[in-house]
Design a protein around this ligand. Structure first.
Ligand code: FAD
Length: 328
């Protein structure tokens, strides 16, 4: 491991100023950072521990929306009463990830920034454009069973690993950031970047920019939601595919639909194609089949991950059926 210095501060401006230096990185729960440092993938010269910053609170605002501080733990978010009750998809997505111990350490900001689980990214002996631009993508013609079927390029097909971010995409969450140049609001769907020919650029954040909070917009009391995750083991495993669905159904007609997929995209995958089929349609099996098929229209499987197309179609259809049954 490379030598590095460690700084802890309770002052947000301080943390941003220190982290703006070359080679400095934020440290939150450390559950991803420590692994990447031990593997030699992350080599910061300075770690800025942000766990004592004030950005920890989860607050319900007067209009019913929720602001989640970036250093709130995944457990705090999953068990926050209003999130469990009304933003169920988010609570379920978080609880489907990692283990209780990890969720107690891991933070919202860290989850948004966690890196791919593509084995070629983690093993520094292999070529990887994400880790070292211009070296090639070992997964493209390699063992790509866990890799993405949506949003990839010839330079990178690494799947985004987060469960939480899939639910945030279905909830139209907004990421609030703070840096030396001011504050920004970034819709979650713009936060993670497609790999294109620059797979090493993964998010809209600039160096030294801190995720301060994540906002959940107001959701209708009549909306119902669910997160369904399919994995190799029933716990402690990343998604092969997952689906986050939010629906509002009135008199058998779908008048609000949000669909996002995990395990299949190079970023948390919002399926506008599925939503287009669902909006204004009758909530029945025919509609759900059409929506699930539409979600996979653009899929580009590689040698070992073609099974994800059928699995994602079935998973999305089942999730839609579950949410529709909750709404009726
Ligand atoms: C064994 C294991 C199993 C797991 N299983 C799952 C799973 O099934 N599903 C799932 O979704 N996740 C899973 N995870 C990933 C886990 O959710 C992440 O490791 C965790 O969310 C990262 O949060 P952290 O606070 O520990 O981040 P850290 O490790 O501290 O940091 C991660 C990155 O985020 C940056 N960062 C942190 N906070 C901020 C901020 N506020 N602003 C800007 N940058 C910031 C850091 O600089 C670093 O680059 C698993 C992890 C492990 C180790």
């Amino acid at each position: 491991m490379n030598p590095f210095t460690y700084t802890r501060t309770a002052d947000t401006d301080d943390a941003i100023a220190i982290c703006s230096r070359e080679g400095a990185m934020f440290l939150a729960g450390g559950t991803n950072m420590m692994d990447l440092m031990k593997e030699g993938v992350n080599t910061p010269s300075q770690l800025v521990d942000i766990r004592k910053l004030p950005e920890k609170q989860i607050v319900t605002r007067d209009d019913g929306s929720i602001r989640i501080g970036a250093t709130a733990t995944n457990s705090d978010v999953a068990y926050y009463p209003l999130i469990k009750e009304r933003y169920q998809v988010l609570s379920e997505a978080i609880l489907a990830g990692a283990s209780a111990q990890l969720r107690n350490m891991a933070t919202v900001g860290g989850n948004l920034m966690q890196r791919t689980r593509c084995p070629y990214f983690h093993e520094v002996a292999f070529a990887c454009n994400k880790r070292q631009p211009g070296t090639g993508c070992s997964a493209y013609n390699g063992f790509n069973r866990m890799n993405a079927i949506l949003g990839g390029s010839e330079h990178c097909i690494a799947a985004h690993p987060s469960d939480m971010c899939v639910a945030l995409a279905a909830l139209d969450a907004v990421v609030q950031t703070r840096s030396a140049s001011g504050e920004r609001s970034i819709p979650i769907t713009d936060f993670h970047l497609l790999p294109g020919d620059t797979p090493h650029l993964e998010t809209a954040l600039s160096h030294g920019e801190l995720i301060a909070a994540v906002d959940l917009p107001v959701i209708s009391k009549n909306a119902r939601s669910h997160y369904l995750k399919v994995r190799d083991r029933t716990s402690y495993a990343f998604a092969l595919v997952s689906a986050a669905v939010v629906l509002e159904i009135n008199d058998g007609v779908i008048n609000y639909a949000r669909v996002a997929l995990g395990g299949v995209g190079t970023k948390p995958w919002r399926s506008y194609e599925a939503e287009q089929v669902l909006m204004g349609a009758s909530a029945n099996e025919e509609t759900f089949t059409a929506a699930a098929n539409a979600a996979m229209q653009q899929a580009q499987p590689r040698q070992f991950n073609a099974f994800k197309v059928e699995l994602a179609t079935a998973t999305l259809k089942e999730t839609l059926e579950i949410v529709a049954s909750m709404a009726s």
